[in-house]
Design a protein around this ligand. Structure first.
Ligand code: HEC
Length: 452
């Protein structure tokens, strides 16, 4: 569905580029006016695209050689021009995040100019060799390697699914985790993954009730996690937490891996691994999660600009490490900002063009300190019209809050830390930000159940 949509856009945009892009500064020395593959384009494709566009990876074709690039040139130009590739949904200037998948203006201009001029090869003997990608763990040998207990079989054709796998652990004592690396068993079908902790055995029960390895869910993992070990998306790099900060991993917790699968066209198998790295320096600050959420969602059929918001005033100061905006298939846009006690505003993230398939946990390059009295604000917009190509209903139907693919959510999760653990616990347990909306949502939920 999505591929078709992009391809159609591609035909329309095909080869009409604005002339102003001709004068792109390429810094390539004398005489070279038209960018060539060998000199200008290969380095960009290798650096920005090949991590996904190579054999066995998530993208449907490789972009490693001149033949690949030449064959796909018009479509490459179209997706680069419209900004859909490389996939990266956070607007520049709204939060400074680690490993952004974006093209520098000169790289973008080089690709467009090259494609417009017939995708010339240049001197291929001087073209850079396709990059080598390390097979091993990116952060070195982990302290603990966990593997999903059984291989999962995914059908070749059908809708995307979220499958949760429960891995029991027994580390002998509690640990502080400094970094986590997720390794998909089969990168062709693993679209993203989230890793949770469960110290109450709730996920095991869900697993028992669902035949086959793991259990299905849609939005969340189906239980309230006791902690998080972060997330992974294709092209992502594992990151160490700042010194002195760790994720608390209680002894005997179950690790619950939620994998978003995207069928490849052929039946496939997957069994993912997780590498756990304990903190290298003593850590006394814990990572915890707080959220802004609005449960009162009732989107009339056909409505294009349905809007929801949520806000919360921090009763204590905290350090913000990452942000994870979350909506489902009707989500269009999310804006998150902080209003500081002095009235100044700070944008925390802006997803201008939400896409359920490309949701990331965005990690701030520099953790953001927000003082007590800061008001966090989230705004979300939804499109429940038939113009939304991801709309699960045709014709559109009324959509309400829930965790199924056909329900919606307006949620933004923050990973935070504080100087003292008591402060973190206070913030995590303080549900004043939710209370009013919760009551309304429970009402709405009960009505739905009774069939009202
Ligand atoms: C993070 C992984 C990732 C990166 C990085 C990436 N792609 Fe893709 N690309 C994909 C996937 C997956 C698809 C399949 C469609 C989809 O799921 O959006 C795709 C599809 C495409 C398509 C086909 C679009 C269509 O309509 O079918 C083109 C062209 C493309 N990518 C070009 C690029 C170029 C050029 C770059 C680098 C500048 C790039 N991609 C970087 C993952 C990636």
């Amino acid at each position: 569905m999505k591929l078709l949509f992009l391809s159609a856009a591609c035909l329309g945009l095909g080869l009409s580029f604005t002339p102003s892009l001709n004068s792109a500064p390429l810094g390539q020395g004398s005489g070279s006016k038209t960018p060539t593959y060998a000199k200008d384009v290969a380095p960009v494709l290798h650096k920005r695209c090949a991590n996904c566009h190579r054999p066995g990876e998530v993208a449907p074709f490789s972009l490693l050689t001149y033949a690949d690039a030449k064959r796909w040139a018009p479509m490459i130009a179209a997706v680069v021009k419209e900004g859909s590739m490389p996939p990266w949904k956070a607007e520049p200037g709204h939060g400074d995040f680690v490993n952004p998948r974006i093209l520098a203006p000169a790289e973008k201009a080089a690709i467009l100019d090259w494609a417009k001029n017939g995708a010339p090869s240049g001197d291929l003997t001087k073209a850079p060799k396709p990059p080598k990608f390390a097979d091993g763990w990116k952060l070195g040998e982990p302290d603990v390697v966990l593997e999903v207990p059984q291989t999962f079989d995914l059908y070749g054709e059908g809708p995307d699914i979220l499958r949760n796998f429960v891995i029991p652990t027994s580390l002998g004592k509690d640990y502080m985790v400094g970094a986590v690396e997720f390794r998909p068993g089969n990168p062709k079908i693993v679209h993203h993954a989230l890793v949770f902790l469960d110290n109450k055995g709730e996920a095991r029960k869900l697993d028992e009730r669902d035949p086959g390895p793991g259990y299905s869910s849609f939005g969340g993992p189906g239980f309230f996690p006791s902690g998080s070990l972060g997330g992974w998306a294709p092209g992502g790099q594992p990151e160490w937490l700042p010194d002195g900060v760790g994720r608390y991993f209680a002894n005997n917790s179950d690790v619950v891996v939620q994998v978003h699968y995207h069928p490849s066209g052929k039946p496939e198998k997957d069994r993912s691994k997780i590498g756990i790295y304990f903190v290298r320096k003593p850590a006394t600050k814990f990572v915890g999660g707080i959220a802004l959420e609005n449960w009162d969602i009732q989107i009339p059929a056909g409505e294009r600009g349905y809007h929801r918001s949520a806000s919360y005033t921090l009763p204590l100061g905290a350090t913000f490490l990452s942000i994870t905006p979350h909506m489902h298939l009707l989500g269009k846009e999310m804006k998150v900002r902080a209003i500081l006690p002095d009235g100044s505003k700070k944008s925390l993230a802006w997803i201008k063009n939400w896409d359920f398939d490309w949701q990331d946990t965005l990690i701030y390059k520099q953790p953001i300190e927000l003082p007590a009295g800061t008001r966090l604000e989230m705004e979300a917009w939804f499109d429940n019209s038939s113009d939304n190509p991801l709309n699960p209903h045709s014709p559109p139907k009324k959509v309400t809050y829930g965790e199924e693919s056909t329900d919606e959510m307006a949620l933004c999760i923050f990973e935070i830390t504080t100087n003292k653990i008591e402060e973190l616990l206070y913030l995590i347990q303080d549900d004043s930000r939710h209370r009013k909306v919760v009551e309304r949502a429970i009402e709405a939920y009960q009505k739905k159940k009774i069939g009202g």
